[in-house]
Ligand binder design. Structure first.
Ligand SMILES: Nc1nc2c(ncn2[C@@H]2O[C@H](COP(=O)(O)OP(=O)(O)OP(=O)(O)O)[C@@H](O)[C@H]2O)c(=O)[nH]1
Ligand SMILES: Nc1nc2c(ncn2[C@@H]2O[C@H](COP(=O)(O)OP(=O)(O)OP(=O)(O)O)[C@@H](O)[C@H]2O)c(=O)[nH]1
Ligand SMILES: [Mg+2]
Ligand SMILES: [Mg+2]
Lengths: 278, 290
């Protein structure tokens, strides 16, 4: 946006359109416009470029959180727990994280704790085969918490550094499924003697306002350490994370940019904001 | 919710009179907010609210309802009309080939089995065709669900492309007197030229097929571009909106119908094979309005 010459009402209308069309909530877009109006007046800004930079800096500030880097385990084995609603890319992201861990010289083990969905275990096993990483599977319909427990056990026994655990996709509105997730979290924490190094909510960048409700519900039920925003290669802007960043303290740790194990990047607030504003 | 908000906007309009332009403008701001919160596309909202504003301004305030309720009724009725109206006929389910297409993770594989089960209950003998050669264990996924519901699944046997698998499945269906063939395809981004090209090829080879775009109900503003890209490339028969058992308001539905103009056939309401229902415009309108 920003082909206008002057900072008039049309400028603010275009700004709102650019942000909302990227799935930033109207409320957040309005707050950003208010901030901009105040600062433009206060700093006596008349140039479009200066106003744009002001907005850019503000967005980068909103998106820059503490603990934005992935936490690698100090005590071994560590645990990454992947959670989120159906189809967002949890299982595929595990393959990417395993790849990342190995590039750091760590030895991961994968826990196929989605014991519900058809061929979920087989999907993760196939990734394990391709990456030459061990996969601990449960029996179909079995207790997912037990699979994570067994994987942590196996990791200790075999000297692996990190368990990356898959869970079944679940809508945050399903009480029994969220309770099941809460139990997985508790059992894992008890086995580790500390919370998992990462409990990552995997969010699809094509998701609209519902991602905010997802984040709040999952945060309550299982205590998140960060967000992985997937499918940014599909042209969706993923602007809802700006609203999420505005309303929670959660950092976006990584982004998914494709369907292969190498398609994972660290979240770069500045690059992300530039893509939103172009 | 929107009803409460509009009631309070119009609280002062107690006596009988006309809806003033200012009151309608205030109400329309609330409607706009509600629709954007529901993921209705920015431009679709703009046109829709302008249309409602026109309809509502100067309208006589009816004796029996409050002005707020009156605006709500206009909004609701306009939404239902835009979603295809209640009179929209349900799909016949008579095609011999169905192709399920869409973005990654939208629910195509699960929905293929759901569609098969629903057609089987209507007396047909569907064959599910697993043509996703890329996603790990995609074939197993469809084969597993197929066996769970008692539907035959055609699996690849060395074919190099998805189109070859689809053609082999068709051949098999004729030999076994199975119909229709429901083709599950791999997820793809509407901006992926290569994959969209491959899909266009498959569609061109199956001109009589009913092509259904499977879209996640929580899809945001990008829904319009996605739907339009698939429509331009494939000439869709309709849409299936999935994961409506969540609390996403589903405003993408309005984008599909209003912009692309093809009907929404079904909605997915759960992970089980039975969780497929016909699309109802009234119900969707209420959901979008919150
Ligand atoms: N283009 C693109 N596709 C992705 C990305 N991440 C995952 N996918 C695809 O999204 C689809 C769903 O991925 P999964 O990993 O199965 O998602 P999930 O969250 O584990 O799904 P459920 O277990 O069924 O809830 C697959 O087709 C993946 O290849 C990404 O960053 N970009
Ligand atoms: N709650 C709910 N989950 C659904 C619904 N439809 C599909 N799912 C789930 O969404 C996830 C993705 O479904 P898939 O059928 O694998 O999606 P897909 O479009 O085939 O994915 P790709 O082939 O990777 O593009 C799975 O966890 C399904 O169980 C629905 O209507 N409601
Ligand atoms: Mg999965
Ligand atoms: Mg699939």
């Amino acid at each position: 946006f920003g082909l206008r010459r002057s900072l008039d009402e049309d400028f603010y209308a275009e700004l709102e359109e650019a942000l909302v069309s990227s799935d930033v909530s109207l409320r957040t877009a309005t707050e950003l416009a208010e901030y901009l109006r105040t600062e433009i007046r206060r700093q006596d800004i008349a140039e479009l470029e200066a106003a744009r930079d002001l907005l850019k800096e503000r967005l980068v500030q909103v998106l820059s959180k503490e603990h934005a880097a992935l936490t690698w385990p100090q005590e071994l084995p560590g645990l990454y727990l992947m959670v989120g609603v159906n189809g967002t890319g949890k299982t595929t992201t595990i393959a990417k994280l395993a790849c990342r861990a190995m590039s750091k010289g760590l030895r991961p083990i994968l826990a196929a704790a989605d014991t519900f969905r058809a061929a979920a275990g087989e999907q993760l096993e196939e990734w394990g085969r391709r990456l030459e990483v061990q996969v601990i599977k449960g029996r179909p319909g079995g207790d997912p918490a037990a699979v994570v427990f067994d994987a942590l056990q196996a990791a200790s026994a075999r000297g692996a550094d990190l368990v990356i655990a898959d869970t079944a996709g679940r809508l945050h509105t399903k009480r029994n499924l969220m309770e099941e997730l809460n139990k997985i979290g508790r059992v894992s924490k008890e086995k580790l003697g500390r919370p998992p190094e990462e409990t990552l909510l995997v969010v699809d960048a094509t998701t609209g306002q519902n991602a905010l409700a997802q984040t709040k519900e999952f945060q309550q039920v299982v205590g998140l350490t960060g967000i992985v925003l997937t499918k940014l290669d599909t042209a969706a802007k993923g602007g809802i994370v700006i609203t999420i960043a505005d309303e929670t303290d959660l950092p976006i740790k990584c982004i998914g940019t494709g369907e292969q194990p190498e398609d994972l990047e660290d979240f770069d607030p500045r690059g992300f904001v530039e893509a939103i504003l172009e | 919710n929107l009803t409460d908000k509009l009631q309070s906007v119009f609280k002062k309009l107690t006596g009988k009179g006309r809806l003033s332009p200012q009151d309608v403008a205030t109400a329309c701001r609330e409607v706009r907010l509600a629709l954007l919160e529901a993921d209705v596309n920015f431009h679709v909202v703009k046109d829709f609210v302008a249309h409602v504003q026109e309809k509502a301004t100067g309208k006589e305030v009816l004796e029996s309802v409050t002005p707020g309720q009156q605006v709500i009724k206009i909004v609701h009725d306009e939404l239902v009309a835009l979603l295809g109206g209640e009179s929209e006929t349900q799909p016949e389910g008579t095609a011999d080939i169905y192709m399920l297409v869409g973005l990654q993770g939208g629910g195509k594989t699960t929905t293929s089995a759901k569609l098969g089960l629903s057609l089987q209950k209507k007396g047909r003998k569907p064959l599910l065709a697993a043509t996703d050669l890329r996603r790990p264990a995609a074939i197993e996924q469809l084969a597993t669900i197929g066996s769970q519901v008692g539907l035959p699944v055609f699996e690849p046997h060395g074919e190099k492309t998805s189109l070859e698998v689809a053609q082999a499945a068709l051949k098999h269906s004729r030999a076994e007197s199975l119909s229709p063939v429901i083709i599950d395809t791999q997820g793809r981004a509407h901006v992926d030229e290569e994959l969209m090209g491959e899909l266009a090829e498959m569609r061109a080879a199956l001109p009589a097929a009913d092509v259904l775009l499977v879209l996640d109900a929580m899809t945001g503003q990008e829904a319009v571009k996605v739907a339009q890209a698939f429509e331009n490339s494939l000439d869709l028969s309709g849409f299936i909106l999935t994961k409506l058992d969540g609390d996403a308001r589903g405003g993408a539905a309005l984008s599909l119908r209003a912009v692309v103009g093809k009907p929404i056939w079904f909605v997915g309401t759960g992970e089980k094979p039975e969780a497929l229902e016909p699309f109802l415009a009234e119900r969707m309108a209420s959901r979008i309005l919150g």
